[in-house]
Ligand binder design. Structure first.
Ligand SMILES: [Zn+2]
Length: 281
């Protein structure tokens, strides 16, 4: 069954997205295979692997979902990408020590979360499904080599603010120009909701005030482009800090090329009306 109303633009977008996803995965695999850290650096190795994979996964989620390429949807995921970038940049500054801190903080948080859930469970009726989930999480915790070192740490995992981490990692510009604006969206703060989720009331009988508003921006490729750009920055950071060099196409560069081709195509075919008949009286 075909959907005749479907805009042919979606076929182009699908192709571009599929190619982008393939390229991101090849980029990740090539780097992972080329990187040979010391055996003693296991936490560092694993933390970087997890954060890189997370960055690729987030970029793929954004790429694959054009319906969230708008001011309400994409910035929440882009902010998570900004976190990955700053975390990685900071860890590279003192790999063994900071990767270990990152792991220990995560283990402490999970331990605490499980204690809260168990306490809540003890008060209520038996819930076998919840018990099973807790058991699985506890098994994962037990499998972690550093568990015996875990102290519950309620502060930031790096015992510092993200701003300070960015400053120490030499990426304060990224923090100011990317992380902070995205934080407004991710945390639904006034600078975001006041601008994107309200508009002037159109009732002429009312005094000037703003009313709730759900925008329909359509599909804005800028947000896909931003995800690709953050991924490129993350790979570049990895390459710089590890000295790894890979010979695979950059998902970002290919995407840039496709966007240009797409623009040219749109210029050539500005509308879908039939050509005018010259001798039509
Ligand atoms: Zn009103």
């Amino acid at each position: 069954m075909t959907d005749e109303k479907r805009d042919p633009i979606f076929d182009d977008v699908e192709k571009i997205v599929a190619e982008f996803i393939r390229n991101t995965q090849e980029e990740l695999t090539a780097r992972w295979n080329a990187w040979k850290p010391e055996v003693a650096e296991r936490e560092y190795h694993e933390v970087v692997a997890a954060l890189l994979a997370r960055q690729v996964a987030l970029a793929i989620q954004i790429a694959r979902n054009p319906l969230i390429w708008n001011s309400d949807g994409a910035p929440v995921l882009l902010r998570a990408m900004a976190d990955v970038f700053i975390n990685l940049a900071w860890i590279f500054g003192d790999p063994a020590e900071r990767a270990r801190k990152f792991v220990l903080h995560g283990l402490g948080q999970l331990k605490l979360q499980l204690e809260h859930r168990k306490a809540a469970l003890a008060k209520g009726p038996a819930d076998p499904r919840e018990e099973e989930l807790i058991k699985l999480a506890e098994e994962w915790l037990q499998s972690q080599r550093l568990l015996h070192l875990t102290n519950v740490n309620l502060g930031s995992w790096a015992e510092t603010t993200t701003r300070k981490m960015a400053e120490e990692a030499g990426c304060l510009d990224f923090y100011n120009h990317v992380y902070i604006p995205l934080s407004g969206a991710a945390h639904s703060m006034w600078q975001h909701v006041g601008r994107y989720n309200m508009r002037e009331c159109r009732n002429p009988l009312h005094r000037p005030h703003r009313a709730p508003f759900i925008a329909d921006e359509g599909i804005v490729p800028f947000f896909f482009h931003a995800a690709a750009k953050h991924l490129r920055e993350t790979f570049a950071l990895f390459d710089e800090k590890t000295g790894v060099k890979v010979d695979v196409p950059s998902a970002y560069d290919v995407l840039e090329k496709r966007f240009e081709e797409f623009d040219d195509k749109m210029d050539d075919e500005p509308e879908s009306v039939p050509p005018r008949q010259e001798n039509d009286e």
